[in-house]
Design a protein. Structure first.
Ligand code: P1T
Length: 382
């Protein structure tokens, strides 16, 4: 089945009891047993373990990412947290040096006393990255493109190294979506999503996902999910499943508008630097062309010639079509100031070190008419 068919039919079955075309929202916490320990339907006894609406979503997730098992969580961070439960004191994790602020906070603050050692490295320095690998290294974690600096990591090249050393390799595929990039096909073991973003697509749900290539590892993670409990409820599972059905159409338009916005900003006299992997001058454009198939997404980040924080703030306050808000990947265009908003949990010196400056603005370009978006940017930059 091709991707555009999978988003609609992948892993989906008509409801067996009613023939409903869409899976009903099974708003139930528990399921009937005919005898102790013998549920009426052997797949369902309690919704923390499994719920049919969540199953429908999980099967769709596995289908669109080409994995053996999908798991749906109550947030992207809950999905990442569940993955981290595979590791113990003494283990080491190598992560990319530009990550969503909440992921960085989870790694550096929540897991500070866990005994797990985190390294944050430039994943494009493959030699430096390999030098860090030792017998305790258990996981490599990348976001590509990264939030907010749009750095890329070469998934196939990293997978070759992790395979050689028998290390798990996880990719946060939130920005690219499986429409543009399929990490499991490129050699990764696990894909993570903030399904709050493009998969849901309508800014109306907080959700997360893990998609695992290997069934045995998928089952182990399902056990951890069931035993800790950060599962996605039936109503939210329904919303993400509905979002996925138009993922291909939405992402196409996000990409078209993303290019137009990036090119407009590139030629604007007040703009210093535009971070968009589709631009030829983007430092990782060649990797983007290799692993992002069909477009470069709808996320665009830029800085001001003046370098002034106040210019970024005034611009954000003047926007009218773009909404100033955290999050991304919805149909509506959003704008964000990473240093004061989504990445404020990263200490200032670390932010500066990676390039999250006070004049940096991140745009999630939506699916509105591109002319209206550009007019809005023009008036806010004036
Ligand atoms: O918010 P949540 O669903 O828990 O997902 C966390 C997360 C993980 N990975 C990436 C790349 C993300 O962008 C996020 C969430 N990001 C935002 C809320 C934001 O505005 O950047």
């Amino acid at each position: 089945m091709k991707f555009n068919t999978k988003v609609i039919h992948g892993g989906q079955h008509h409801d067996p009891s009613t023939g409903a075309v869409m899976p009903p929202v099974y708003q139930t916490s528990t399921f009937v047993q005919t005898s102790p320990g013998r549920p009426l339907n052997p797949d369902y006894e309690y919704s923390r373990a499994a719920n049919p609406t969540r199953t429908a979503l999980e099967e769709a997730l596995a289908s669109i990412e080409n994995g053996a098992r999908g798991l749906a969580f109550s947030s992207g961070l809950a999905a990442t947290d569940c993955l981290l439960r595979l590791f113990k004191a003494g283990d080491e994790i190598i992560a990319m040096d530009d990550l969503y602020g909440g992921t960085y906070r989870l790694f550096t603050r929540l897991y500070k006393d866990s005994g797990i050692k985190f390294h944050f490295v430039d994943m494009n320095d493959l030699e430096g990255f390999q030098d860090l690998i030792n017998e305790n290294t258990k996981l490599v974690w990348v976001e590509t493109p990264t939030n907010p600096l749009m750095k890329l990591a070469d998934i196939a090249a990293i997978a070759e190294i992790t395979k050689k050393h028998n290390i798990l390799f996880a990719v946060d595929n939130t920005f690219a979506t499986p429409y543009l990039q399929k990490p499991l096909d490129l050699g990764a073991d696990i894909v993570m999503h903030s399904a709050t973003k493009y998969l849901g697509g309508h800014s109306d749900v907080i959700a997360g996902a893990l998609i695992i290539k290997d069934k045995v590892l998928g089952d182990e993670l399902h056990f951890k999910q069931f035993a800790t409990g950060a599962t996605l409820g039936p109503q939210d599972s329904f919303l993400v499943l509905r979002g996925i059905k138009t993922l291909h159409l939405r992402v196409q338009r996000h990409c078209e508008n993303g290019v137009k916005v990036a090119e407009f900003l590139l030629n604007h006299p007040k703009v210093e630097r535009v971070y968009y992997p589709g631009l030829e001058n983007h430092p990782f454009h060649e990797i983007a062309k290799k692993q992002m198939i069909g477009g470069f997404g709808g996320m665009v980040t830029f800085t001001f010639k003046s370098g002034a924080k106040q210019d970024a703030i005034s611009f954000l306050e003047k926007l009218q079509v773009f909404t100033l808000a955290e999050s991304l990947g919805g149909v509506e265009s959003l704008a964000n100031h990473p240093a004061l908003m989504t990445h404020a949990s990263i200490p200032e010196d670390k932010r500066k070190e990676v390039g999250i400056t006070d004049d940096l603005v991140r745009l999630s370009v939506g699916v509105e008419d591109a002319e209206d978006l550009i007019e809005d940017l023009k008036q806010a930059l004036a």
